[in-house]
Design a protein around this ligand. Sequence first.
Ligand code: ARG
Length: 371
Amino acid sequence: MAWSPDKTEVKSWNEWDTLRHVIVGRADDCHIPPEEPALEAKVPEDSDMRGQWGRRPQETIDRANELLDNFADQLRKRGVRVDRPTSIDHSQPATTPDFHTDSQFGCMPPRDVLLTVGHEILEATMSYRCRWFEYLNYRPLMQQYWDEDPNFRHEAAPKPRLTDADYHPDYLSDKIGVEKRLQWTAEKFFVTTEEEPLFDAADVLRFGRDLVVQHGFTTNLKGIEWLRRHFPDHRVHTVNFPGDPYPIHIDATFTPLRPGLILNNPQRRLPEEQRGMFERNGWEILDAAQPAHNTPPPLCYSSTWLSMNVLVLDPKTVCVEKSEVYQAEQMDKLGMEVVEVDLRDAYAFGGGLHCCTADVYRDGDCEDYFP
Ligand code: ARG
């Protein structure tokens, strides 16, 4: 049955089939949260974010919102239905019987929290304390989808306790250095422990019957095992990217563009021994183009590799950030139509074009690409 804008339907099985309905985040009331174990491990030693916390400056919030609104309009003009979350008050502390943090994170980026698999949207456990309540920003939309789509499955993974037992104290110095971090990543020694299942939705890529999940700071092996048991009809694959000293969220590292083609961050290549399923099925893994920038914008958690954090609209069309000229050129050579989107001034709010969206509906069914 063809998709209709008048009827809400949740369904998305992969990262590339024609996008019809999407959530775009908001920068409203975003905060730089106070120190906490998992977050400190992620902030590079030389980052301008070290030691800072509090509400983000209003002019940066306004500018990011302007860009996110424009992106939403651009998508609408192409016929995509766009929904927006409702920001909660992120200045509120978060307290559970197990932890306390003085503020929350924000209403960005939705990709980190919401994992759409088929007719289901699953709220991830999350692994930062400041993001524990982040799903609340999306609850009005989830309720609406629930009311309007009788086949929608709204699920939430078990909320983690996030006590100190969830984090390795070794990671909590600000002077570890990149060499040591790279060694730890290669040894698969990350800031999170195996105390309980932890995952962020943005560590998961959807390839029809197969889910590819990055094991790193925000997703542990128990989190991946939880996903395996939760999606019994899927094959769940664990991947690692040893070149990444801050392995968080897979979508600036490994970017499927269409069946048979994936871009991989050349500094974070998928190890040979993890390439089997792709090679056996004739998938090409190409080095992504270099980023156009040498440094991330101010107060940004992410690296310059948000250049490859693209949003695929259909197997021939892709949204690329406007200043990322090398990435756009590569897409062009790969035969993709490029839609330029101005988003760099919103990067600080948690990511690029893929991060700041979450799928609600894409055409197509659950296919087996790796038989
Ligand atoms: N870890 C990535 C990098 O800095 C950023 C990924 C952001 N993705 C996201 N869904 N928030 O290269």
